[in-house]
Design a protein around this ligand. Structure first.
Ligand code: BG6
Length: 467
């Protein structure tokens, strides 16, 4: 197995593949949602997206020519098992075989996510992650992927972002099933964590030699002021965003005060079975994948209400985020923000990594996503995204500093390899190192300034990068 530092970039199936009815693929909850009237914020679909389904060779070649040695992508469950269960679909398996073989042909290490938000529609209709049956169904799907691709894929991700996905599905309510119920959110997340732990154990039982982890959107959280109330708010925000995922997959158990808080909220927790304790304890990850975007400032609640409203319009209008009985989020007016309200604060990755080192000293970290979304426009055929270069450059430098100070980081992936469908933010919020001209028939790819910056940075840092 390669011991090189992984320098790569990332995508996810629904966001880039397109080919939504090709190769015998089944429908996912995102296919159905995007074609429904519920998709009313930025009503576009991933039917074609970047057409990565047909143009993966070009995308991987550009990635390799950009000096990158790793590509993170996800498998669409619906290509492997069109209805979520049953017979394997050879055409889907062949597509991912081609994708993986192309990576290897270009000396690019594939890092493969099994689940990145897109659920087979029949499973979604049966309750999705709220229904415990999905744990077994997911495990069967994972087994097939390990069997089919495990000979060449040495880095696996069980699940992408149990926190952020469930927050959108059941908190903001902007992702399917579009509800606002934190009680349902915690239930869905619990089953994700259980499925992930089972998949980690299965991977090892099957005798695989690679590394398997979970990808967690994680946040450096600071106190609004030095009062004891703010300190309490910080702990609750840590539980709400970070520890409900990271403690479970790294330490193999839930924090006691997290469970206490759920009880205090009056939720039915009968889905948490005592037999699961052993599953969590056994299924701890080989590495923790971190998606790093944002920093949070925690403060005590104002009143006892919950307020969750997403800004998917990119118009700079952000509502206060508050979880009644837990905490609220403050704002530092002096910090620069994107039109979607994301604070630009590269040095915060240093704090996050040092916290992770304290909490989980034996678990290596891979930065599985880091990036900034904005409106990019070509000028005379080029994309001058200096703001992205500043942001990414700051992150890489602060990650390096954390590594010098003892944090075991094994890789870094920019989100995203090329511009992709940004979930319900549509196509205008762009993150790519490569621009996609969605108006051109051939979906022309244009490397941005940041693509060249990244190539130079990788060259400057070298493949060992303290590895
Ligand atoms: C992460 C996801 O949350 O952030 C990606 O894993 C996503 O799928 C990325 O695209 C950026 O978020 P958004 O909503 O701005 O596209």
């Amino acid at each position: 197995m390669s011991r090189n530092f992984l320098w790569g970039s990332a995508t996810a199936a629904y966001q880039c593949e397109g080919g939504w009815r090709e190769g015998n693929k089944g429908l996912s909850n995102w296919d159905v949602f995007c074609h429904s009237e519920k998709n009313d914020v930025n009503p576009v679909t991933g039917d074609v997206a970047c057409d990565h389904y047909h143009r993966y060779e070009e995308d991987i070649r550009m990635l390799a020519e950009g000096g990158q040695n790793a590509y993170r992508f996800s498998i669409a469950w619906t290509r492997i098992l069109p209805t979520g269960v049953g017979e394997r679909n050879r055409e889907g398996i062949d597509f991912y075989n081609r994708l993986i073989d192309t990576c290897l042909q270009y000396q690019v290490e594939p890092l493969v996510t099994l689940y990145h938000y897109d659920l087979p529609q029949p499973l979604f209709e049966a309750g999705g992650w709220e229904n415990r049956r999905i744990v077994e169904q997911y495990l069967e799907y994972a087994r097939i992927c390990f069997e089919e691709f495990g000979d060449r894929v040495k880095y696996w991700v069980t699940i992408n972002e149990p926190n952020y996905e469930t927050l959108c599905c059941y908190g903001y309510g902007n992702y399917p099933p579009n509800v606002q119920s934190l009680e349902r959110r915690w239930r869905a997340m619990y089953h994700m964590m259980l499925a992930s732990a089972r998949a980690v154990s299965l991977y090892r039982e099957l005798g695989n030699q690679g590394m398997i982890g979970l990808v967690s959107d994680s946040y450096p959280i600071v106190a609004g002021d030095i009062s004891p109330e703010c300190e309490k708010a910080v702990r609750k925000a840590e539980l709400f965003f970070n520890l409900c995922v990271n403690d479970v997959c790294v330490k193999g158990s839930y924090p006691e005060d997290f469970l206490e808080q759920l009880k205090e909220d009056g939720y039915d927790l009968s889905y948490m079975l005592s037999e699961d304790l052993e599953v969590f304890a056994k299924g701890t990850v080989d590495y923790l994948g971190i998606n790093a975007y944002n920093r949070y400032i925690a403060e005590p609640c104002e009143g006892d209400g919950t307020n969750l409203k997403a800004n998917n319009k990119g118009n700079g209008e952000n509502e206060k985020f508050q979880i009644g009985g837990w905490f609220s989020l403050g704002e530092d007016k002096n910090m620069e923000k994107t039109p979607w309200g994301m604070e630009i604060c590269p040095q915060s990755i240093y704090d996050l990594l040092m916290t992770l080192k304290e909490l989980y000293p034996r678990t290596p970290v891979i930065i599985t996503e880091n990036g900034v979304g904005n409106y990019d426009e070509p000028v005379e055929g080029q994309i001058h995204d200096a703001y992205r270069i500043d942001y990414l450059n700051g992150y890489v430098d602060w990650i390096e500093k954390a590594m010098e100070d003892g944090c075991d980081v094994r890789g870094y992936f920019v989100w995203s390899t090329m511009d992709v469908y940004s979930w319900i933010n549509g196509y205008k919020k762009r993150y790519g190192l490569v621009y996609i001209d969605y108006d051109s028939e051939e979906l022309r790819r244009i490397p941005k300034d940041s693509y060249y910056w990244y190539k130079n940075k990788i060259q400057e840092k070298g493949m060992k990068f303290h590895g």
